[in-house]
Write a protein that binds this ligand. Structure first.
Ligand code: SF4
Length: 237
């Protein structure tokens, strides 16, 4: 049942400053070893009925009942930009006058652009997962001649030009993201208003070998952030 997705009916965590519902759309073109949502990367709809708890008709019924209590809709994944129901979900949010926040890994600027041009998104959180030269470690297979660096920079340029609120997010998970990587990422982030560092938390992961890595020390992250000279606000969240 590939037309099913996950709905979290109320959360304070997914849309900064708003009480939101969150839709998680399955399917992803990356394979981040530390991914905490393996069932959204390689979904098995037969065994995950409890996870994929909604379809578009049920979502509409939910909005009829609850949209008035919500301050927004967060849309996450997987990589939500790849999902065929994304346009319909965004248009339902528009119908019910809910601001939309979209999470993306930032490698699909050509798909993101029309949503930004049509002013259909109110907030975007874009992951910057490591330095572009290491995206192959995340299962990135590339798109034709376009390198990860070109695609990530393209998304960031679109966001900077769009005038909407957005943030860049990096999960800090050594050895993929350590102090050196964070410092090397600075030039890529300078156009963004905010750069959120999310310390990795041990738990279920796509690659089980990554499930018990130690969480990075937040005091260390604060020290690193103080050493970085940038106009971009660095937030440890
Ligand atoms: S963490 Fe990586 S693999 Fe998991 S959903 Fe996000 S982009 Fe896909």
């Amino acid at each position: 049942m590939k037309n099913r997705f996950a709905l979290v009916k109320t959360t304070l965590l997914d849309y900064p400053g708003r009480v939101a519902a969150t839709v998680f759309l399955p399917g992803c073109h990356l394979r981040c070893p530390y991914c905490h949502n393996p069932e959204f990367v390689e979904p098995d709809f037969k065994i995950n009925d409890d996870v994929f708890n909604e379809d578009i008709r049920g979502f509409r019924r939910f909005l009829i009942r609850r949209a008035g209590l919500l301050g927004g809709l967060a849309i996450s994944g997987g990589e939500a930009l790849l999902h065929p129901l994304l346009p319909e979900i965004i248009s339902l949010a528009e119908e019910f006058k809910l601001p939309v926040k979209l999470d993306t890994a930032g490698l699909l600027p050509d798909i993101l652009a029309p949503y930004l041009e049509s002013r259909l998104l109110d907030y975007v959180a874009m992951d910057l997962k490591t330095i572009p030269g290491r995206y192959h470690e995340l299962g990135w297979k590339g798109t034709g001649m376009k390198s990860a660096e070109l695609l990530l920079s393209g998304t960031m340029a679109l966001l900077a030009e769009s005038g909407i609120s957005y943030e860049i997010r990096t999960t800090v998970v050594p050895p993929l993201v350590d102090e050196t990587v964070l410092k090397n990422l600075v030039p890529l982030t300078t156009s963004a208003p905010r750069w959120v560092w999310q310390p990795y938390k041990p738990g279920t992961t796509l690659n089980p070998l990554w499930s018990r890595l130690a969480a990075p020390d937040e005091d260390e992250l604060r020290r690193i952030s103080r050493e970085i000279e940038t106009e971009t606000e660095i937030i440890i969240r």
